[in-house]
Design a protein around this ligand. Structure first.
Ligand code: FAD
Length: 470
């Protein structure tokens, strides 16, 4: 049905990278088709990633607050219970509405949508096995690969999405596990661990590395880990899983110190494998076309998002860079701007990262460790939320703002925030970095009182001078 006329742009994959690229291309006047195999748009992020996890994080936080914090605010219930099916239904409703919303945006912008599995058969032809069992060839002058990523499995562990789950299964458990073991202390494991921990699971996180979330600023990471431990999350760092036995009623994990040594056992009702994600290019036909990839299976592109094969581009999780939805979206816009003869740009050093636990942890730019290793002379300014009036007023004052700035020029190099709403607060810092601002620039901007944002202003003051409120 779609093969007869040629597109300017064919996008393979309808995730945040692909669907945004398709809409932007159409807005730039390019005839565009987007191919997606899942049956719904929005990719990993919307269907089994960012959105459902944030829905469950919010619902479980509300339950936890109602149970543990409401009484001290003078709000009392005779009892508070979890209705898991209702919680899951609310999550599914949010996902359903949003995926259908993208279909609406495709119609509005006249993006042609083909439901099926795309395979590149030449630099201008994509063969699609459609969901309804047919096949069609979609032709295009330019092809954008936006096929995203998939769960990384661990050797010797078979994911059944019931007792041994990936993040996808962890977003849809039918019962609250008594004991949940999370393998991997990255942001996804900690977010899902938080969800089930709040709902009553005993959560143990097993991590091979000596630290949780390795990309985080060290000082913030320590505070963050303490905060999670206070919430009863247990950590077994420098530990590897060497065996999994699912034959009994509960799952038995065999653990060993990362450096080798005596084995121990750990029991779980559910095990979440969240040891990272890998680029997804299965069945795309890339080897035949000769698209270059690195050892990790990521597609290599230049600054125009072009692969080594003329007319074939790649964006999002399938190429190097932070594996985040907003980065994929930025890639998508810049890529089609180049295709349309304009200039696009994405600065991977200024992509914010957020862990949506409670408190949240958000950061942009360099950590103190990174600045130190670059040999740059720097200053650090900090401000704790314990000294922030709004955080105290609402009795949710765990956290800190930390700014790292160049000593000589006061230019901001990195900002790290642990706070209940750090994911929102960080954008002032992202903007500051984008405009090469100094910490004094932030400090001299009037911030509304009482807001949590004032903590950023005070941390900025502390970077080059003194804060007022501590
Ligand atoms: P994807 O979203 O993976 O989309 C690729 C799409 O391509 C998929 O729908 C797939 O079905 C389709 N596809 C693949 N091959 C083909 C083919 N041959 N033919 C047709 N279609 C194909 N990121 C954040 O920024 N914030 C978060 O809070 C966040 N939370 C997350 C929570 C979880 C549990 C997970 C798993 C991920 C989370 N992420 C988050 C990461 C985020 O989901 C990814 O970075 C983002 O989805 C990448 O977008 P993408 O478009 O590159 O790929």
């Amino acid at each position: 049905a779609t093969g007869s006329d040629e597109n300017d742009v064919v996008v393979i994959g309808g995730g945040p990278g692909g669907y945004v690229a398709a809409i932007k291309a159409a807005q730039l006047g390019l005839k565009t088709t987007c191919i997606e195999k899942r049956g719904t748009l929005g990719g990993t992020c919307l269907n089994v990633g960012c959105i459902p996890s944030k829905a469950l994080l919010h619902s479980s936080h509300m339950y936890h607050e109602a149970k543990h914090s409401f009484p001290s605010h003078g709000v009392k219930f005779p009892s508070v219970e979890v209705d898991l099916p209702a919680m899951m239904a609310q999550k599914d409703k949010a996902v359903g509405n949003l995926t259908k919303g993208i279909e609406g945006l495709f119609k509005k912008n006249k993006v042609n949508y083909v439901k099926g599995y795309g395979k590149i058969v030449s630099p201008s032809d994509v063969s699609v096995d459609t969901i309804d069992g047919g096949n069609t060839v979609v032709k295009g002058k330019n092809i954008i690969i936006a096929t995203g990523s998939d769960v990384k499995s661990l050797p010797g562990i078979t994911i059944d999405e019931k007792r041994i789950v990936s993040s996808t299964g962890a977003l849809a458990l039918k019962e609250i596990p008594k004991k949940l073991v999370v393998i991997g202390a990255g942001y996804i494991g900690l977010e899902m661990g938080s969800v089930w921990g709040r709902l009553g699971s005993e959560v143990t996180v097993v991590e091979f590395a000596p630290d949780i979330v390795p990309t985080m600023d060290g000082e913030i990471r320590k505070q963050f880990q303490r905060s999670l431990e206070k919430q009863k999350m247990k950590f077994m760092l420098k530990t590897k899983v060497v065996g999994v036995d699912t034959s009994g009623h509960s799952v038995k994990l065999t653990l060993e110190p990362a450096a080798g040594g005596d084995k121990t056992e750990l029991e779980a009702d559910v095990v979440l494998v969240s040891a990272g994600r890998v680029p997804f290019t299965a069945g795309l036909g890339l080897d035949k076309i000769g698209v270059e990839m690195d050892k990790a299976g990521r597609i290599l592109v230049n600054e125009r998002f072009s692969t080594n094969v003329a007319g074939i581009y790649a964006i999002g999780d399938v190429i190097p860079g932070p594996m985040l939805a907003h980065k994929a979206e930025e890639d998508g816009v810049a890529c089609v701007e180049f295709i349309a003869g304009k200039v696009g740009h994405v600065d991977y050093d200024k992509v914010p990262g957020v862990v949506y636990t409670h408190p949240e942890v958000a950061s942009v730019g360099k950590t103190e460790e990174q600045v130190k290793s670059l040999g740059v002379a720097y200053r650090v300014g900090k401000f704790p939320f314990l000294a922030n009036s709004r955080a105290k007023a609402i009795d949710d004052a765990e956290g800190i703002v930390k700014i790292v700035a160049e000593k000589e020029t006061d230019k901001i190099l990195g900002v790290h925030i642990m706070a209940p709403n750090a994911g929102e607060l960080i954008h002032e810092a992202v903007l500051a970095l984008a405009y090469d601002a100094s910490s004094e620039d932030i400090a001299r901007v009037c911030h509304a009182h009482p807001t949590m944002s004032e903590a950023l202003k005070e941390a900025a003051m502390a970077t080059y001078d003194k804060p007022i409120h501590i």
